[in-house]
Ligand binder design. Structure first.
Ligand code: 173
Length: 519
């Protein structure tokens, strides 16, 4: 145990009781003082980060990566020392995440130089946002570096991350003409629960890295637009905050990481059922969190220390908050565990999220799951995992031939197939629907909309998708989603993963070779 002597702490307390032993590591979170001396070695994120905030207000660092009550629940009540007298607090250390710039100098790339050769980037008003790509472009330039690096990065060389979107470029429509498209209806249902469009907001962790209010922005925007939100296990907001933020009757699902301590997972499942969650999505593609080198690289910049330079390396090479807080995820989770989880789920539907081949899709149906999400975790796990769209036709065909899906064009209530990853347009969603998906999960674009414009941004993102559905279904000659059938798409190039182009190159943050440091 490290012992840090902080005599000034004695004067921070507003309590009549004894402040405890002189010395130790005390931090302030949400205006309360905590003695974390004995907790240092237990902290899943390591002692180093706590020590950086010893004697200081750690709230800003704490908030995105912990549910609000984490410190209260995990620390013995004897270590809750009492409220703080604010005026006695020394200023926090320089944040790892400097405030986002209001305008950014962008090196000019066109052939027609402007005066001075540089363009200035000024954050546009929400009214100027026209597509989901636009949110991403604004996010890249205006978000805090830490949030942007965390959300935008993918595994290894980010080939899968880019392929997820590129695969959509290899499917072309076969539009039909002279159909009555005076009225277009893009509403649908997921496990019988109504949704205004075949899209749900999928789970993404650590929302407060993007917006101070966190994931409740997603909950509220989902309510406004009648879409379903999948609550993440590792959100910045607590599970109850997100359920409390929902409107009466609003449908929410829960993404679940299974804990090595199954009793904890069972407790979460029981609580979810009590709070009215309708489906559990068990993440099965992350027995260990992938390496996101771009994200790691920026952490090295912040953490470059004499200890690293000397190669002593007691310093835990910082792979970020996500890795640290994901250490509870059980890598031994296997098919034999599912019956137990399904039973614990009771009336809730149970879906495997992260299926990546038809054999596992069929097995999921055989062992009684209610559905699957074809997903590679937004390209954040195994690089060169195939894009979900590429495998969708073979998955649907295998499930159909084995009797798990009623109709390749429209999965029946028996077993539902979802996909996520790389979706940016309603046309992307329509391709997946044509190929047999019930609905499509959208993750990063929603979190970028939230990070740049809060709840209003998410609401606008969902409205953009609705407008795109309306127009594109009309142009396709499909008045309802049941008219969006396999013969409306040409997938002859889908299996050919080479030769794709990457659009919106501007949004893509290049991998930099080792040695480059942020200025
Ligand atoms: O993709 C992720 O970053 C992710 O799923 C995760 C897992 C554990 C903790 C935080 C994020």
């Amino acid at each position: 145990t490290v012992n840090v002597f902080l005599p000034q702490q004695l004067f921070l307390l507003d309590t009549c009781g004894s402040p405890g032993e002189l010395g130790g590591v005390w931090i302030v979170v949400h205006g309360k003082v905590y003695d974390v001396t004995d907790f240092l070695d237990e902290h899943p994120g390591g002692a180093e980060i706590i020590l950086r905030y010893a004697g200081m207000d750690a709230t800003e660092e704490y908030e995105p990566i912990h549910p609000p009550d984490a410190i209260i629940d995990n620390l013995d009540p004897s270590k809750h020392l009492g409220p703080l007298i604010p005026s006695t607090l020394p200023p926090p250390p320089v944040s790892a995440d400097p405030p986002p710039p209001t305008s950014v100098q962008v090196p000019q790339k066109t052939n027609a130089p402007l005066a001075g050769g540089e363009l200035e980037y000024v954050k546009p008003p929400l009214a100027e946002i026209l597509s989901l790509h636009d949110f991403e472009a604004v996010a890249r330039r205006t978000m805090g570096k830490r949030g942007w690096n965390y959300y935008s990065s993918g595994a290894d060389d980010e080939i899968t991350m880019r392929e997820n979107h590129n695969a959509y470029h290899r499917v072309w429509f076969r539009p039909r003409i002279l159909r009555d498209v005076g009225k277009v209806d893009y509403s649908s249902s997921i496990f019988g629960f109504k949704t205004s469009m075949p899209v749900y907001i999928t789970a993404t962790a650590l929302g407060k890295l993007g917006h101070p209010e966190g994931e409740v922005c997603l909950t509220r925007a989902a309510a406004e637009h009648d879409v379903i939100q999948m609550i993440p296990t590792l959100a910045s907001c607590s599970f109850d905050e997100m359920v409390d933020a929902a409107q009466p009757g609003q449908v929410q699902f829960l993404q679940l990481y299974v804990n090595a301590d199954r009793s904890r997972t069972k407790k979460i499942i029981k609580h979810a059922a009590e709070r009215g969650i309708k489906a559990l999505f068990i993440t099965v593609d992350a027995p260990q969190l992938g390496r996101r080198e771009k994200d790691m690289r920026t952490k090295f910049e912040g953490a470059a220390s004499s200890q690293q330079a000397q190669g002593g390396d007691k310093f835990k090479r910082d792979e970020g908050a996500a890795r640290a807080i994901s250490s509870f995820i059980d890598p031994s989770l296997n098919w034999n565990d599912l019956a137990d989880l399904k039973e614990a789920a009771g009336d809730m539907k149970v879906v495997l999220k992260g299926v990546q081949c038809w054999e596992d899709a069929v097995r999921a149906a055989e062992v009684g799951m209610d559905g699957i999400v074809l997903s590679n975790h937004g390209g954040r796990q195994l690089d060169f995992a195939p894009s979900p769209l590429t495998i969708l036709p073979q998955v649907v065909s295998a499930l159909t031939s084995q009797g798990h899906m009623n109709n390749p064009a429209r999965p029946g209530p028996k077993f539902e197939v979802f996909i996520d990853g790389g979706v940016r347009r309603a046309t992307d969603v329509l391709k997946a629907i044509a190929l047999g998906a019930t609905a499509v999960g959208i993750g990063r674009p929603m979190i970028y909309a939230m990070s740049t414009f809060g709840e209003d941004g998410v609401s606008k993102a969902l409205q953009i998708l609705k407008d795109e559905f309306e127009m594109n279904m009309r142009l396709l000659g499909a008045p309802t989603l049941s008219d969006v059938v396999p013969s409306m798409v040409d997938i002859s190039a889908l299996g050919n993963a080479s030769g794709s182009i990457t659009m919106y190159e501007e949004n893509y943050e290049r991998m930099l070779p080792v040695g480059y440091k942020a200025k």
